[in-house]
Design a binder for this molecule. Structure first.
Ligand code: ATP
Ligand code: MG
Length: 484
């Protein structure tokens, strides 16, 4: 696919800490956080004017699923817009709690593990053609995704050393405080399956295309870490899209099937040199660095032969190469403003250099968490960004995310977003999913958008015109969306 629909889902960690007395329970905090959303959309599962889905699933992790994006920069901007939106809700809740005397602080973390060791996800969605042979695609993608943490991991501190997996422990001896590439690697148990939680695979194979099922399929990757840095997010999406292109083109690829992908994920995550050898199904042993170098080389040759399919391909290949060089030479200075695990490691290592101690210091664990705090002026990544110590995606100036808060990208999300705004203004109840927009009421109407690329639909135009006419007759102002 030359143009590809992509979407990112982020589950946030949520904590209330009380100034005095007991904090709100996680469930209560989440319920309170979503109160303005429910007031606006009459549900804790809504689609927003920018086309995105904001919801509270079982448990207490707010989730933001970006609308369908057709470019990497849109996906990055909309992912960040989600942070701005939930941060606005966080600020509202903090103010409400202060007013009623409960007080305390509300924290939202864009990470993948909580203090009790539970893991929550950052899911990537890529549209692929129905004609692509799915088992072949999955087989080629898994070894890539297992080793992708070298270039797209968010980094994690293990104050008591890596946890054991079955009978095995990794890298540093058990009990030796350490740092790993990935947040998520220790929590994945299978290579691919149709469950996202129970067995927790790398790829969820449940077939829900959210589009015309005869033409399209949605690839649901759930192994990735949530990334704070725009450049890391762009690299994560950009490299994966290139790999998909290669497979889709029917490019003959070496079989790199791993003997045990979940085990290899952990072995690789806990070896910052990238040189530990993991076992392939054919009995050979290869390092993550070697495998990633081969992928980069194959993709580069493919691009040379077939041309770049968007204007960031060169940038993706360059950052990919620089990151592998940094791992190989163990000199992170070339990537420590661009790749999350390296940005965070630099921060932690400079604290240790100034204060002594090691990765077991309580302050280090705090910083590991605070890096992912999305609050401006408090989150460590946010602060680095404000000081110009975290790179922006070239050609962007930071205003794109703010714009994406209430503007949908140029896909069918644009139509959905317009209908959401118009329905709210007209005081109509709706039932919406990724494909359908239904106006409830005595004269039910439904618009079905099966092609995610389409930005125009006659039925939707007609519905929009009617909703706008209805809005003229509504006396009250519509409720404001639950965003800042
Ligand atoms: N046809 C498509 N191809 C690829 N991605 C899509 C397509 N349609 C929608 N998406 C993206 O897929 C994601 C779906 O998010 P959502 O949270 O609803 O996921 P889900 O897997 O369907 O449901 P759940 O998280 O409830 O299990 C969004 O980011 C959206 O932009
Ligand atoms: Mg989801």
């Amino acid at each position: 696919m030359d143009r590809r629909i992509m979407g990112l889902e982020t589950e946030f960690g949520l904590v209330h800490s009380a100034a005095r007395g007991l904090p709100l329970t996680p469930d209560e905090t989440a319920r309170r956080l979503f109160r303005p959303v429910v007031e606006w959309g009459r549900s804790s599962n809504v689609f927003l004017p920018n086309g995105a889905r904001l919801y509270l699933d079982v448990g207490s992790h707010p989730e933001y699923a970006t609308s369908e994006c057709a470019t990497i920069e849109d996906a990055v901007a909309h992912d960040r817009a989600g942070e701005l939106i939930v941060d606005g809700m966080r600020q509202k809740l903090e103010s409400a709690l202060a007013e009623e005397g409960t007080g305390g602080s509300v924290y939202l973390f864009k990470n993948n593990v909580d203090s009790a060791g539970n893991s929550f996800g950052s899911h990537e969605n890529y549209m692929i053609s129905r004609s692509t042979r799915f088992p072949r695609l999955v087989a080629h993608l898994i070894p890539f995704l297992v080793t992708r943490q070298l270039i797209a991991g968010a980094g994690r501190v293990h104050p008591a050393g890596p946890a054991a997996f079955g009978q095995r422990s990794f890298a540093a001896a058990p009990g030796v405080p350490s740092y790993s590439f990935s947040q998520r690697a220790d929590h994945i148990w299978e290579d691919s399956s149709s469950s996202t939680t129970r067995a927790r695979p790398l790829i969820n194979t449940r077939d829900e295309p959210h589009a015309d099922s005869e033409r399209f399929r949605r690839l649901h990757v759930i192994v990735g870490d949530s990334t704070m840095s725009a450049t890391t997010t762009a690299l994560r999406l950009g490299t994966t899209d290139l790999m998909l292109r290669l497979v889709e083109a029917g490019h003959v690829m070496t079989d790199r099937t791993l003997a045990d992908p979940a085990l290899a994920l952990r072995q690789i995550s806990h070896d910052l040199t990238g040189t530990v050898k993991v076992e392939l199904a054919d009995g050979s042993r290869r390092s993550a660095l070697d495998l990633q170098r081969e992928y980069l080389e194959t993709v580069s040759r493919f691009v040379q032969a077939n041309g770049a399919h968007h204007d960031r391909v060169e940038w993706v290949l360059d950052l990919w190469a620089r990151t592998l060089d940094a791992v190989q030479t163990q000199d992170l200075s070339g990537i420590d403003t661009e790749i999350d695990w390296a940005i965070k490691k630099k921060l932690l290592d400079s604290w240790i250099a100034r204060n002594g101690g090691d990765y077991s210091a309580p302050r280090i664990a705090q910083m590991d968490l605070a890096y992912h705090d999305i609050a401006p002026g408090r989150g460590l990544f946010r602060m680095l960004e404000e000081r110009g110590m975290a790179a922006r995606l070239p050609g962007t100036d930071g205003s794109e995310a703010r714009y994406a808060v209430d503007h949908a990208p140029q896909t069918r999300a644009r139509i959905r977003g317009d209908l959401v705004k118009a329905a709210i203004a007209a005081g109509k109840h709706t039932t919406i999913d990724w494909v359908n927009v239904k106006i409830n009421g005595p004269t039910q109407r439904i618009v079905t958008l099966r092609d995610p690329f389409l930005t125009h639909d006659d039925d939707a135009e007609a519905m929009l015109a009617d909703l706008r006419a209805d809005a003229e007759t509504v006396q009250q102002d519509p409720p404001a969306p639950p965003i800042i």
